[in-house]
Write a protein that binds this ligand. Structure first.
Ligand SMILES: Nc1ncnc2c1ncn2[C@@H]1O[C@H](COP(=O)(O)OP(=O)(O)OP(=O)(O)O)[C@@H](O)[C@H]1O
Length: 266
C-alpha cells in the first residue's frame, strides 16, 4: 500500500472580522479583527465558550461564508469560496445513506467531475489508514457512529487537502470511541502532515492533540491566549495524566475561563 503524504498548507489570516445582521437589523460581531498565521503542518486546536465565533472562523476558512473585513490566504491564495486544498469534517458525519462508503468518499470527486476511477484506489488506501479496510461496499447504516465519522474524515481527505478543518468532530461520540478517535487522528495526522484546525469544547483533547491551542474570548470573538504545546509525540491518551506539562497547559486554559467567569468553581 502506498503511504499518502499530503503537504500541509500555510494559512494567513489578517484583520478578519465577521459581523452578522440579525432579523431585527442589529449587528452581531462574531469575530473581531483576528490576525493568525499557521505554519504548514501545524495542528491547531481552538477552544472557547459557546457562541464565541469558533464555527464562524471555520466557515470563513472553508469559504462557506464571506468575511466582513480582512482576508484569508492558503499558501498565498485568497480564499472566498470552497477550495480543493481545504477539507472539512463536521460534528455530524453528513453521509448519504443511499450511497456506499466508497461512493460517499468519492462524492467530492464526482461533484467536481474529476476522474472517479483514478481516485478509487486512493479512497481504499484512506479507508485502510482509518482502520476500515474492506468496508467500501457497506452502507452508512451498517456502521457505528465512530466508523461513520472515520468515513467522513476520508471524504474530507480524498482531495489531499493541505488544510483540514474539523468542527467538534468527536462531540457526538461516546467516551470510549472518542478516545480511540483522538489517538487515531493523531496517528493519521503524523503520517499525512497536513495543517489542521480542530474546534472543540474539550480542553483535554485540545491540549492532547495540538501543537498550538487558541483560546477564544466570549463574543466578540478574539484570541485571548495562543499557547504552544511542547510535548513529544506520539502522545499516549492513557498516560497523559502522568505528564506534568499536560496539567500545566490545561491549568493555563482553565485559568482564563475562570477569570472570565466562563467556568465557575463552587
Ligand atoms: N447566521 C447568523 N445570523 C446571526 N447571528 C449569527 C449567525 N451565525 C452565528 N451567529 C452568532 O454569531 C456568534 C458566533 O457564533 P458561532 O456559531 O460561530 O459560535 P461558536 O463558538 O461556534 O458556538 P458553539 O460553541 O455554541 O457552536 C453567536 O453569537 C451566534 O449567535
Amino acid at each position: 500500500m502506498n503511504v499518502i503524504i499530503q503537504a500541509g498548507a500555510a494559512v494567513d489570516i489578517a484583520r478578519l472580522s465577521k459581523i452578522y445582521k440579525t432579523r431585527e437589523d442589529e449587528d452581531v460581531v462574531a469575530l473581531d479583527k483576528i490576525d493568525l498565521k499557521f505554519e504548514p503542518g501545524t495542528f491547531v486546536a481552538v477552544v472557547g465558550p459557546s457562541g464565541c465565533g469558533k464555527s464562524t472562523l471555520l466557515s470563513l476558512l472553508a469559504g462557506l461564508t464571506g468575511a466582513s473585513t480582512g482576508t484569508i490566504a492558503i499558501d498565498g491564495e485568497t480564499i472566498n469560496k470552497p477550495h480543493p486544498k481545504i477539507g472539512v469534517v463536521f460534528q455530524s458525519d453528513l453521509l448519504l445513506y443511499w450511497r456506499t462508503v466508497l461512493e460517499n468518499i468519492l462524492l467530492p470527486i464526482e461533484i467536481k467531475r474529476l476522474d472517479v476511477a483514478r481516485y478509487r484506489s486512493r479512497a481504499e488506501e484512506l479507508l485502510a489508514q482509518v482502520g476500515l479496510e474492506g468496508f467500501g461496499n457497506k452502507y452508512p447504516s451498517e456502521l457505528s457512529g465512530g466508523m461513520r465519522q472515520r468515513v467522513a474524515i476520508c471524504r474530507a481527505l480524498i482531495q489531499e487537502p493541505g488544510l483540514l478543518l474539523m468542527d467538534e468532530p468527536f462531540g457526538a461520540l461516546d467516551a470510549l470511541t472518542r478516545e480511540q478517535m483522538i489517538m487515531d487522528l493523531q496517528a493519521m495526522w503524523m503520517r499525512l502532515g497536513n495543517t489542521v484546525l480542530f474546534i472543540t469544547h474539550g480542553i483535554d483533547e485540545a491540549v492532547f492533540l495540538a501543537d498550538r491551542v487558541l483560546v477564544m474570548s466570549p463574543r466578540p470573538g478574539r484570541v485571548d491566549l495562543d499557547l504552544n504545546i511542547d510535548m513529544p509525540r506520539p502522545r499516549q491518551w492513557s498516560r497523559i495524566h502522568e505528564n506534568k506539562d499536560y496539567h500545566g497547559y490545561v491549568r493555563k486554559i482553565r485559568d482564563i475561563f475562570e477569570a472570565k467567569g466562563i467556568l465557575v468553581a463552587h
